[in-house]
Write a protein that binds this ligand. Structure first.
Ligand code: MLT
Length: 386
């Protein structure tokens, strides 16, 4: 699909990741993860729809689009660890995550392992069950078919199942775009991802642990991850919202962007309007709450850190403090989760209505409070160390 968006590439641990990063740097972040075997361009219409109000990021999962494949065996766990490294590299502490199908599998596994990194989830045309024996066999057959008959034939066969019947008449551009994404995926990545999908674990039993707002969407005619699969997740995720998208099959965001984006926007608005920012919680803030909005260099990753200083001359110090804060927050969340509740009680350091300015001094106070708390805890609990 033709894209007017600026593609950015960063290399993280020798793996180049290609992504779009649109919208204000300091707005709440929404990250989109595509399905198999597509790429970030499947989210073009969502990026366009959200970029005035959110920092919208869509990246290519390894081996897809313009991201490197690397040498490791593909697994959903590997894709999750890529996502987390990508977020760390961009200085994104917390984000809303939206995944379609395989992107949803990655989302569900990511929230299971790193719940505190996600503000809210959108699960689109996905499911929580693992592959049945029959599905696994189909994946092996697909690999054999690609080997024998090539990717073009695989793309033509796949397209038949991806779209709702009416889309074959009304959505020819989207169908051509989906086909192009499939044929542009290397055979090697197709094989490796098919094996990753077939080996994925179920996540249904963990859904009751999800504590963030969740919107579940599914095309009414999705035959790959049907509405019944969405209902099952909806029953298990307390407080989740389920929306069935009309005139859509498996690629509901492309087939009916109007309805999809409408639900997405409504959900995001509710997530952010309900959020009362607790003092000192590291999170993104809206454009109106800051005065610093540096113009990122062309085709360069945006600077790390989300809480900006007031003037450009503060940039380096601001970045340094943000990176320290990110590091210590991650240490607490990963190694001392029992302390995470105190993070929210730290002094006010990010802008809100009462305190509209972020200053280096605020950030410094925040960092020092975190360090103090962690060091005190380690001293009082020497046995936990290591
Ligand atoms: C996808 O769209 O990501 C795939 O249909 C997922 C799958 O095959 O399980």
């Amino acid at each position: 699909m033709q894209s007017l968006k600026k593609e950015i590439r960063i290399t993280i641990n020798n793996l180049t990741v290609s992504y779009y990063d649109e919208g204000p740097d300091d707005a709440p972040v929404v990250i989109f993860i595509h399905g198999f075997p597509f790429n970030k361009s499947m989210w073009n219409k969502q990026v366009e729809a959200l970029k005035d109000d959110y920092r919208v990021i869509a990246y290519d999962v390894r081996g897809h689009g313009n991201s490197d494949a690397g040498n490791d065996d593909f697994t959903i766990d590997l894709f999750v660890s890529d996502l987390l490294r990508f977020m760390d590299e961009l200085g994104i502490v917390k984000t809303v995550l939206c995944g379609l199908s395989m992107g949803g599998y990655i989302t569900l596994n990511a929230v299971e392992k790193h719940p505190w990194r996600f503000e809210a989830l959108i699960l689109s045309d996905t499911n929580c069950i693992a592959d049945s024996t029959e599905s696994k066999e189909k994946r092996i057959t697909a690999i054999e078919n690609i080997r024998e008959n090539g990717v073009e034939k695989y793309a033509d066969d796949s397209i038949k199942n991806l779209f709702a019947p009416e889309s074959f008449i009304a959505k020819k551009v989207e169908i051509a775009a989906a086909r192009e994404m499939i044929v542009n995926t290397s055979k090697n990545s197709l094989y490796r991802t098919l094996l990753a999908l077939s080996g994925r674990k179920e996540t249904c039993t963990e859904l009751s642990e999800i504590k963030v707002p969740v919107l579940i969407m599914v095309g009414e005619k999705d035959t790959i991850t049907p509405p019944a699969a969405a209902r099952l997740m909806h029953e298990k995720i307390k407080g989740s919202i389920l929306h069935i998208i009309g005139q859509a099959g498996h690629l509901s965001n492309m087939e009916n962007p109007l309805e999809f984006n409408g639900q997405l926007k409504k959900f995001l608005t509710s997530v952010y309007s309900k959020k009362i920012k607790p003092a000192g919680k590291m999170e993104n803030h809206s454009k109106s709450e800051t005065t610093f909005n540096p113009e990122p260099g062309k085709h360069q990753p945006k600077p790390k850190g989300q809480n900006r200083g007031e003037t450009l001359s503060y940039e380096d110090a601001d970045k340094d403090l943000n990176s320290k804060i990110l590091k210590i927050t991650m240490t607490i969340m990963d190694q001392y989760p029992e302390l995470s509740k105190y993070i929210e009680e730290m002094p006010v350091t990010i802008p809100n209505e009462k305190n509209p300015d972020v200053t280096l001094s605020n950030l410094k106070t925040y960092y020092e409070s975190l360090s103090l708390m962690l060091n005190k805890y380690k001293t009082e609990h020497p046995s936990i160390e290591n």
